[in-house]
Design a protein around this ligand. Structure first.
Ligand code: B4P
Length: 183
């Protein structure tokens, strides 16, 4: 079973939903940059105060902040396997991750691209209702995804590790599609 994984996809594709379940089942370290940033906001740390406005506008937090969060956990992680959820979000982050993984002699074994239509993801996010799930922020997050994150599809496809799966339908059906790729 592949156990060094990266989840890619637009906001609301279900990356977090699927990642939590897989990390439980396979005992992987779940590294969600969105969750880690939200924890900082909740704890009202100075970093949290700095990023909350950016997140609520649907924009990306600075690469330096996100990279230091990820680096810390990958270097000190106790588990063999990990799942990167929502990171990298642009080519600068992807290249920095590549460099870090080379230094750690670790390799991404599979990138899972969760595909979903704009219509369905907007419905899902509006019914979730997080502070960054208002229409304006969602629209912005979609634009940011298409401009900055979608180029990673070619990046990982060229590396021969990209697997696209259909993210629509029941949570369990999407989970089964992902498991097929990991076997
Ligand atoms: P993230 O936390 O990564 O959140 P997301 O992309 O909005 O959601 P995800 O795809 O995980 O969807 P989920 O499973 O929750 O990012 C939030 C913000 O953090 C970014 O906008 C940015 O500001 C910042 N950030 C994060 N990483 C960054 C980075 N690397 N660099 C810079 N900034 C960064 O699912 C969504 C909803 O759909 C849920 O309510 C869920 O219950 C529902 N759902 C899931 N699967 C479903 C299904 N099959 N059917 C019906 N509903 C489903």
């Amino acid at each position: 079973m592949k156990n060094r994984l990266l989840f890619l996809g637009p906001p609301g594709a279900g990356k977090g939903t699927q990642a939590s379940q897989i990390c439980n089942d396979l005992d992987l370290m779940h590294l969600s940059t969105g969750e880690l940033l939200r924890a900082e906001v909740e704890a009202k740390t100075s970093l949290g105060q700095e990023v909350s406005l950016i997140m609520n506008k649907g924009e990306l937090v600075s690469d330096d902040i996100v990279l230091s969060i990820v680096q810390n956990r990958l270097v000190n992680g106790e588990r063999e396997g990990w799942l990167l959820d929502g990171f990298p979000r642009n080519l600068v982050q992807a290249k920095s991750l590549q460099k870090l993984l080379d230094e750690l002699s670790q390799k991404i074994q599979a990138v899972i691209l969760i595909e979903i239509s704009d219509e369905i993801l907007i419905q899902r996010l509006l019914s979730r209702g997080r502070p960054d799930d208002n229409e304006e922020a969602i629209r912005k997050r979609l634009i940011v995804y298409k401009e900055k994150t979608a180029p990673l599809i070619d990046f990982y496809s060229d590396a021969g590790i990209l697997n696209a799966i259909d993210g629509e339908g029941q949570v369990i059906d999407v989970a089964l599609r992902i498991r097929e790729v990991l076997n």
